[in-house]
Design a protein around this ligand. Structure first.
Ligand SMILES: Cc1cc2nc3c(=O)[nH]c(=O)nc-3n(C[C@H](O)[C@H](O)[C@H](O)COP(=O)(O)OP(=O)(O)OC[C@H]3O[C@@H](n4cnc5c(N)ncnc54)[C@H](O)[C@@H]3O)c2cc1C
Length: 454
């Protein structure tokens, strides 16, 4: 039987793969597109809302981003706001909540003041707040036993911006809109795990348990597994992968929005924060921790051999690990995060960290969030012997792309999808409806709740 053929096959139905399904079906004239997902629904892995922090990263409260990086993520996040504002049910995807990054103690408040000086012009909605102003928005952060907490305290904050997103709802919405835009041109195949990927002549062969598919172009949006597929085809061998899982703790509602803390510049992800969890009726979620875990997919032991394959443990990788471990601050951080997972001792240890955010927090208030938290596949650049910050793309230029998407991958999904759409359209000589794309994804002033035309 002839294999089913497509112009474009997308592997992976998280927020990245579904965003691409949307941009490719809505803005190009590609005739046949398929999305292959190994599970029975979209967004069951890292894009599931209990597995990430639900933050729409705009770069304003993430102190591990430079201004340059912050402006890139802000633009990407705005694309999600623009997309969602055309939907009647955008309030199920995006949430307006107060957000702030707090500096605690002399050193951190000085860092924050400097950051405010640097960022204010490009983030005009953000304000530098003192203790009293913080207490008005987040009393749990500024007040202990009815008094202001004693240390110096400042925050860089805003109260009325989109700051949280349900990335699973966003994924479902991309899927729904893709099917509306081009229903007969789009096939979505669940329970379809891709086993092998190869190029024969001009065509890609994609084998699954039951069937083989062919395609003129392929985008692999399978998070950590993308690197595995790339390396099996001989690409991205200059990378190794360090999976960093993140766990969470839950307390009754004590925070009204998002409260980030200042991160060490040495670490490529955010320090633990406290967040209003809209799926837990506003209970507070603290985390994520940063646990080194030899799995490409959390809670899936079958991904252990996959991890070992992408690790490629050689002298260059060992050198990166050694450089990380010989730094006392990083070593302590890794050990501390490991202890946050050990029953009996984890709660009191984590309480100490969470009290930096909410000083009055009590042990009885905290609960380890079971089966919450995904894995961030942080890439190791073997050539430059360093850990990379954020997402990465491998584009050999022959019609296949591999996306590795640690944080802020969900916030950047549409920006990344636009990039992939352009690469694939160029490769396949397809057309892009530039007017619609620019108007709908890039024009802030696009009519609120103007429904997307099928
Ligand atoms: C603890 C934590 C906190 C985070 N917080 C944030 C945050 O606040 N904001 C933010 O923007 N980002 C955050 N991130 C990052 C964000 O979750 C990811 O960038 C995003 O979810 C990646 O989406 P994705 O679609 O690329 O990957 P996933 O959502 O992991 O989707 C990959 C899909 O590929 C499928 N797949 C894999 N292998 C195959 C195969 N062989 N065949 C078929 N299908 C396959 C999987 O089943 C899955 O559905 C966080 C991540 C973690 C772990």
């Amino acid at each position: 039987m002839a294999a089913q053929h497509y112009d474009l096959i997308i592997i992976g139905g998280g927020v990245s793969g579904t965003a691409l399904l949307y941009t490719a079906s809505r803005y190009t004239n590609l005739k046949k597109i398929a999305l292959l997902e190994k599970y029975a629904q979209v967004a069951l892995v890292n894009s599931r809302s209990s597995n990430n922090s639900q933050t729409l990263h705009c770069g304003d409260i993430e102190t591990n981003y430079s201004l340059e990086k912050a402006l890139i993520v802000k633009r990407a996040a705005q694309m999600i706001v623009n997309y969602a504002s055309q939907l009647a049910d955008s309030d199920k995807i995006l949430y307006r909540l107060p957000k702030m990054v707090v500096g605690i103690g002399e050193e951190e408040t000085t860092i924050l003041q400097k950051r405010a000086d640097e960022f204010s012009a490009r983030f005009p909605y953000m304000r530098l707040l003192d203790k009293k102003a913080i207490a008005e928005i987040e009393p749990g952060v500024a007040i202990i036993n009815g008094q202001f907490r004693p240390e110096p305290l400042a925050a860089f904050a805003c109260t009325d911006e989109y700051s949280a997103a349900d990335f699973a709802a966003l994924s479902r919405s991309f899927l729904e809109q893709s099917l509306k835009c081009a229903n007969e041109n789009v096939d979505v195949l669940f329970n379809t795990k891709v086993k092998t990927l190869a190029k024969e002549g001009d065509v890609f062969q994609i084998t699954t348990a039951n069937k083989t598919y062919t395609a003129n172009a392929v985008v692999v949006s399978a998070c950590g597994h993308s690197l595995l597929f790339a390396q099996k085809m001989g690409y991205g061998l200059e990378y190794s992968c360090l999976p960093v899982a993140g766990s969470f703790y839950i307390s009754p509602k004590i925070i009204n929005g998002k409260v980030y803390t200042i991160q060490s510049k040495k670490l490529p992800f955010a320090a633990i924060h406290g967040d209003y969890d809209f799926l837990l009726n506003g209970q507070t979620r603290f985390g994520p921790t940063a646990l080194l875990l030899p799995l490409l997919e959390r809670y899936n032991l079958a991904s252990l051999p996959d991890f070992l394959r992408v690790l490629h443990l050689d002298r260059k990788v060992i050198k990166v690990f050694w450089d990380l471990l010989k730094d006392t601050e990083i070593r302590r951080y890794i050990i501390k995060n490991f202890f946050y997972e050990i029953p009996l001792i984890r709660k009191p240890l984590f309480l100490k960290a969470a009290r930096k955010i909410v000083p009055s927090l009590q042990l009885r208030d905290l609960k380890y969030a079971r089966r919450f938290g995904g894995v961030r596949p942080q890439l190791i650049d073997k050539l430059n012997r360093k850990l990379l910050l954020g997402e990465a793309k491998i584009n050999p230029g022959n019609g296949i792309i591999f996306n590795m998407t640690p944080s802020p991958g969900a916030s950047s999904c549409l920006d990344n999808a636009e990039k992939d759409t352009r690469i694939i359209a160029k490769y396949l000589n397809a057309e892009i409806n530039e007017d619609a794309l620019q108007t709908e994804l890039h024009q802030k002033s696009y009519l609120k709740h103007k429904p997307i035309n099928p």
